[in-house]
Design a protein around this ligand. Structure first.
Ligand SMILES: *[C@@H]1O[C@H](CO)[C@@H](O)[C@H](O)[C@H]1NC(C)=O
Ligand SMILES: *[C@@H]1O[C@H](CO)[C@@H](O)[C@H](O)[C@H]1NC(C)=O
Ligand SMILES: *[C@@H]1O[C@H](CO)[C@@H](O)[C@H](O)[C@H]1NC(C)=O
Ligand SMILES: *[C@@H]1O[C@H](CO)[C@@H](O)[C@H](O)[C@H]1NC(C)=O
Ligand SMILES: *[C@@H]1O[C@H](CO)[C@@H](O)[C@H](O)[C@H]1NC(C)=O
Ligand SMILES: [Zn+2]
Length: 368
């Protein structure tokens, strides 16, 4: 879906009488993590606005299920649904050993990413083009033994919100385009996701961060000109998912599985819960129906599916890595395994019960 939107935009740019020039075209794909589709509605964003005037902007983009960072970014890089590319979660896990790796460590688990689908860098390189990637999820891994020709993986505990570093990273990518003659680069910024999680999507801090995003877009477009790339460089700016608000404290809308009658964690062999509004369970042998019957219909805002009964349009079923029971809550609700995990969670400051909050943005300009 995401990919379809970007292809449409490229297609539009080629058919709407955009001047075709002889120089080989280059493409910079930028993701600002968690940039919700409407984040430019309550902040002055002159550079994003100018980009929409010079190019095109979609009203919104609907991300694939499951709307978390690594799966959705790998959809951007491969054009495939999550069930087809196999990066089904931010976390690598092994249901036998119970081991889980967090987001950053999972970047380095090669077999998690290299599961039969090639990201666009490798496809481009196989066709004789040159590709690079800076901080984009999936960059650290190799694919059938190949990596992006130029790449940079951020160090652990990287400060994702440092504006000076954003400008330096932009310079680096422009160097790659000009001096290494790259044809395609994917570039990732970890904001406004971090600030949105910490302070909430409706917070002044998030609005400040959107201004920083906008200044950086201005810097990127200026750099394009300063590096003499205006006639060659096409730019797509998008994001992986949106975000919704959740009240904290007494108003918190939580759904705690351990409180549901008939549900018992002793029937569960392995679970991925406590990572936002969605979760997965592996029942112990013979316990699938028990768990399913206990959870199905137990809460009006909890959706419970057997893997093979997942709504087809979500394309989150046909993959061995997906666990047999899939859960998600309506926007604004938090899914917890048991009460202990609640205190550890950083709650967001508000809520808008709106599925649109998961939608994200895309705009593009083409070389002129
Ligand atoms: C999980 O760990 C077990 C035991 O070490 C191993 O046999 C199995 O191949 C692992 N599975 C995956 C998917 O890594
Ligand atoms: C994808 O990963 C699964 C294990 O999670 C493995 O069984 C399968 O062989 C892998 N497929 C490819 C093409 O790498
Ligand atoms: C921000 O990045 C710049 C340039 O890399 C660096 O010199 C500075 O120390 C960083 N500041 C913080 C607070 O991380
Ligand atoms: C929470 O949302 C309400 C309704 O949209 C809004 O009026 C209020 O300012 C928000 N509060 C914060 C702290 O953002
Ligand atoms: C981009 O260039 C314009 C005109 O030269 C300048 O006014 C603006 O401050 C620059 N923006 C950034 C972020 O460097
Ligand atoms: Zn994200």
């Amino acid at each position: 879906m995401l990919w379809a939107a970007s292809l449409c935009i490229l297609w539009a740019s080629f058919t709407l009488g955009v001047p075709v020039n002889r120089e080989r075209q280059k493409l910079l794909l930028i993701s600002f993590d968690g940039f919700r589709w409407d984040y430019d509605h309550d902040v002055d964003t002159p550079n994003l606005d100018q980009m929409a005037i010079d190019g095109v902007k979609a009203h919104y983009v609907t991300p694939p299920y499951i709307t978390v960072t690594s799966p959705t970014h790998f959809t951007l890089l491969t054009g495939r649904y999550v069930e087809n590319h196999g990066v089904i979660h931010n976390m690598w896990f092994n249901t036998t050993t119970m081991e889980k790796k967090p987001y950053y460590q999972t970047q380095f688990v090669n077999e998690w990413w290299d599961n039969g689908t090639l990201p666009i860098w490798i496809t481009a390189q196989r066709q004789g083009l040159k590709a690079g990637s800076l901080h984009f999820p999936g960059t650290a891994s190799s694919y059938q033994g190949q990596v992006a020709m130029m790449r940079e993986v951020e160090p652990i505990r990287y400060n994702y919100k440092n504006e000076t570093a954003w400008y330096e990273n932009t310079d680096k990518v422009m160097d790659w385009f000009r001096d290494e003659d790259l044809d395609f680069v994917s570039m990732y910024f970890g904001e406004p996701d971090g600030t949105g999680h910490r302070y909430g999507p409706d917070s002044p801090e998030r609005r400040e961060m959107v201004k920083q995003v906008d200044r950086t877009v201005g810097y990127i477009r200026n750099s394009t000109e300063n590096y003499g790339l205006t006639k060659q460089l096409n730019i797509i700016i998008t994001a992986d998912h949106g975000m919704t608000s959740i009240y904290r404290g007494a108003q918190l809308e939580e759904i705690t599985l351990s409180k549901i009658p008939g549900f018992n964690f002793q029937d569960v062999s392995f679970h991925l819960l406590d990572y936002g509004p969605s979760g997965m369970l592996l029942p112990k042998p013979g316990k699938l129906e028990t768990i399913y019957n206990a959870l199905k219909g137990a809460h009006p805002h909890l959706h419970v599916y057997k893997k093979e009964e997942m709504p087809e349009h979500l394309h989150f079923s046909n993959n061995d890595r997906i666990l047999p029971i899939i859960l998600w809550t309506d926007p604004g609700y938090v899914l917890n395994g048991n009460l202990l995990t609640v205190v550890k969670k950083k709650m967001r400051d508000n809520r808008t019960n709106n599925a649109d909050d998961l939608k994200t943005t895309i705009e593009a300009t083409w070389a002129s």
